[in-house]
Design a protein around this ligand. Structure first.
Ligand SMILES: [Zn+2]
Ligand SMILES: [Zn+2]
Length: 379
């Protein structure tokens, strides 16, 4: 089994020459992506109580979902066969074929829900699938079209750890949202006399509310982020995020579990208390998810003028830079003006960092990184 994974990884990360169009690499890659997504959706449809989120209910009521799953599995078969035909190495094609077969054996697109015991906890597997397809389909091609580092491989060092972070944070999105929102429910209950203020906020035009949410969240996020850099105990958690040595859309997912909960809790607290419309908040959560992948992406383009107004990949790449001049700079996520205001801005025109990471030795692997802040403190 381990050997199989090794072969698959070697095949997926083969050098460009054996990966170009016509070698069966792209067909294999997309076959794998579609097969995994199809399997995830079949599992979600079969055990809905365990693996789906109530927020995605409209998706399951949509009549086009099952035909789409069917099409995805068909395409996975076709592309896997194409890859097996074109490619001397068979690891990608065979794996995609096996996964698609497994999805079919579980019932395929016609799968009916199994009666399952309701644990009251679900893992948002469907959210992970939707998320992975959307982000993977969006970022993998644009990183190839406009790369910052053209030599960086799609499956670069430590990609598995980062994918695991991505999987876990998507799967636990429900729990994280609950833990993060718990304190604001209490606050709302205790501040009933601000009801008029809150309804005034909610009656503004949608787009205006959205922009206010962007500004407010980034202001809170700025100081939260700055504290995680400056307070030694908090830095132990945040060092995990900064331990990534290569930057791409997946690298942004690497964040300590406790930091994610604290970040979501602290940034959503003022928003919920102010009474913004729920649809604005939901839209913002989706937006910030995609935007933070974009900031970490392996995307070139100096964007000197645009970069003065909004955060660009280059702006956040400097935040991760190993250069001494860039230490504790660029804390904002959306608005660089916050860093100008508070004296932490660093974005030399047209220049990029020479490398990424932190001077200290953060261990590799999810669980070692989970324990790191506590061990670091003891040491
Ligand atoms: Zn940071
Ligand atoms: Zn970052």
């Amino acid at each position: 089994m381990a050997n199989w994974f090794e072969q698959l990884e070697r095949d997926l990360s083969s050098p460009l020459a054996v990966r170009r169009f016509g070698t069966g690499w792209f067909s294999g890659f997309f076959a794998l992506l579609l097969a995994v997504s199809g399997l995830g959706m079949v599992i979600a449809l079969r055990w809905p109580n365990w693996f789906t989120m109530p927020e995605l209910a409209p998706l399951y009521q949509w009549s086009g979902l099952r035909p789409l799953v069917h099409l995805a599995l068909l395409a996975a078969y076709a592309l896997a066969l194409l890859s097996l035909l074109l490619r001397p190495r068979k690891a990608i094609g065979t794996t995609a074929l096996i996964i698609a077969l497994l999805a079919t054996l579980l019932g395929g697109a016609a799968v009916q829900p199994r009666e399952t015991y309701d644990w009251g906890v679900f893992f948002g597997l469907d959210f992970f699938v939707v998320n992975m397809i959307a982000s993977g389909l969006m970022f993998a091609p644009i990183e190839r079209l406009f790369p910052r580092r053209a030599d960086q491989r799609l499956f670069r060092q430590e990609w598995r750890e980062d994918l695991f972070y991505y999987l876990l944070s998507s799967m636990l999105v429900q729990l994280i949202t609950f833990l993060a929102l718990a304190p604001s429910g209490f606050i709302n209950g205790a501040t009933g006399n601000f009801a008029a203020f809150r309804s005034a906020i909610a009656s503004q035009p949608w787009i205006l509310q959205f922009l206010e949410v962007v500004v407010l969240t980034d202001l809170v996020q700025y100081w939260f982020h700055r504290a995680f850099h400056r307070v030694p105990f908090l830095w132990g958690f945040h060092a995990v995020h900064h331990s990534a040595k290569s930057m791409d859309w997946l690298a942004g997912a690497r964040m300590h579990f406790f930091e994610i909960i604290a970040l979501r809790g602290v940034t959503s607290l003022p928003l919920l208390t102010f009474g913004f419309a729920p649809s604005v908040m939901q839209a913002y959560i989706a937006f910030v998810y995609i935007y933070s992948s974009l900031l970490h992406a392996n995307l070139g383009g100096d964007l000197n003028i645009l970069g003065r107004v909004v955060a660009t990949p280059r702006f956040h790449h400097w935040h991760h830079a190993i250069e001494d001049v860039a230490v504790d700079k660029n804390f904002a996520i959306h608005l660089p003006i916050l860093d100008r205001l508070f004296g932490t801005h660093h974005l030399p025109d047209g220049q990029w960092p020479t490398g990424y990471g932190v001077p200290e030795a953060v261990p590799r692997g999810y669980w070692a990184q989970f324990a790191y802040p506590f061990q670091r403190r003891r040491a």
